[in-house]
Write a protein that binds this ligand. Structure first.
Ligand code: PLP
Length: 372
């Protein structure tokens, strides 16, 4: 008989890429809790608590706030497929890879996409987005979509001025995949109508769930439209499963929800302001040290994310070989560049449980040895 051996013995790595990050120990413990049926009363109670915890981190009172089964991209699709239908106009801010993905997902709903572009590494100008809303389709674009934390460049886009969209019929959709838990996100304060995130970054859990939240204005839009183009991501069906009347929709994973519940518990016990401060402190520490090693920060000053740093490589440092050495010799993962940054920049994440001085010290020590 042939022996079949799996690659089960994974190495314990320090995950300092763009995500996944190392989960909080509490979240890892959630993964080995007993499996529950997808309509079990204990599971539904857990879901309700996760909803409440997500409302706290999104800073929203939105009733329809829940984790979609799937990764951050499922959250992106959930927001766009519920709010867009063929013939709608979607205005999308594009200053990196994930803005491009928003365009692609919006286009696939049959909507017409209007791009408001900025150079990679520079923030979007909210005034240009508002201007596009006023001048496109007679002010009747269905939505404006923006990535809050652009993971390809390490840029933070300003969202608060887009609150002005509340005075129009145009909805505001926000990608908070890399921002939620790491920097302030104010869904209600900024007038965001739909937002999505992912669990494997600053929320400190593992990949597999995409928290989403929908405002009453967004839900009114869903109620008024033709049937949503996706059965799996239909927010009305998800709402009726996770909340009353708990109608079966799909077989959600209780262990992933347990891990998220525990990760959110840890984050909220620490307190959001302390968690944001911790991310700020370690991000500054790293960004302060990298230039002396020959790295050049890609994001414009004043718009840098603490939790994700994109840095151009020093001359002579081979991208693939050096990342492989970091992994194999030092047990550290960092991410390669995307799009025009491929082969030329790294993406270094200090997210969730990984946002600690220890991570920065370990990485800088390894880089000094590598460059030495
Ligand atoms: N949006 C942003 C800003 C991201 O950084 C990512 C992933 O890194 C995604 C969307 C897609 O998330 P996922 O890879 O979990 O599907």
């Amino acid at each position: 008989m042939t022996e079949v051996r799996g690659a089960g013995g994974f190495s314990e790595l320090l995950l300092l890429g763009p995500g996944p990050s190392n989960p909080y120990p509490e979240a890892t413990a959630g993964l080995v809790r007993p499996v529950l049926g997808h309509l079990d009363p204990e599971f539904l109670a857990l879901y309700a608590e996760v909803g409440a915890r997500l409302r706290a981190v999104f800073q929203t009172a939105n009733r329809v706030t829940l984790p979609v089964s799937g990764t951050g991209s499922a959250g992106m699709e959930a927001c766009l497929v519920n709010l867009l239908e063929p013939g709608d106009v979607a205005i999308v801010g594009v200053n990196g890879y994930f803005g491009e993905r928003l365009c692609e997902v919006a286009r696939r709903t049959g909507a017409e996409v209007v791009r408001v572009e900025e150079e990679w590494g520079r923030p979007l100008d909210p005034e240009r987005l508002l201007e596009a809303q006023r001048t496109t389709a007679g002010g009747r674009a269905r939505l404006v979509a923006v990535v809050h934390a652009e993971t390809s460049t390490g840029v933070r886009n300003e969202v608060a001025p887009l609150r002005a969209l509340q005075e129009t019929g145009t909805l505001l959709v926000l990608d908070t995949v890399t921002s939620l838990g790491g920097i302030p996100v104010e869904v209600d304060g900024w007038g965001v109508d739909a937002a999505y995130s992912a669990t494997q970054k600053c929320l400190g859990a593992v990949s597999g769930l995409a928290p989403v939240t929908f405002s009453e204005r967004a839900l009114a839009r869903v109620a008024a439209r033709s049937p949503v183009g996706s059965f799996y991501l239909d927010v009305g069906l998800l709402d009726a499963y996770i909340y009353e009347p708990h109608r079966y929709h799909h077989t959600a994973s209780s262990v992933l929800v347990s891990a998220l519940h525990a990760g959110l518990g840890r984050l909220l016990d620490e307190g959001l302001p302390s968690a944001w401060e911790r991310h700020r402190r370690v991000g500054e520490l790293l960004q302060g040290a990298l230039p002396a090693l020959g790295f050049e920060l890609a994001a414009a000053e004043g718009h840098r994310l603490p939790q994700l740093t994109a840095a151009r490589l020093p001359a002579g440092l081979d991208d693939a070989k050096s990342r492989r050495r970091l992994r194999d010799d030092f047990g550290i993962e960092v991410g390669g560049g995307l799009g025009p940054f491929a082969g030329q920049a790294w993406r270094i994440g200090l997210m969730g449980h990984g946002a600690r001085e220890h991570s920065v010290a370990a990485l800088l020590g390894a880089l000094r040895a590598l460059l030495g």
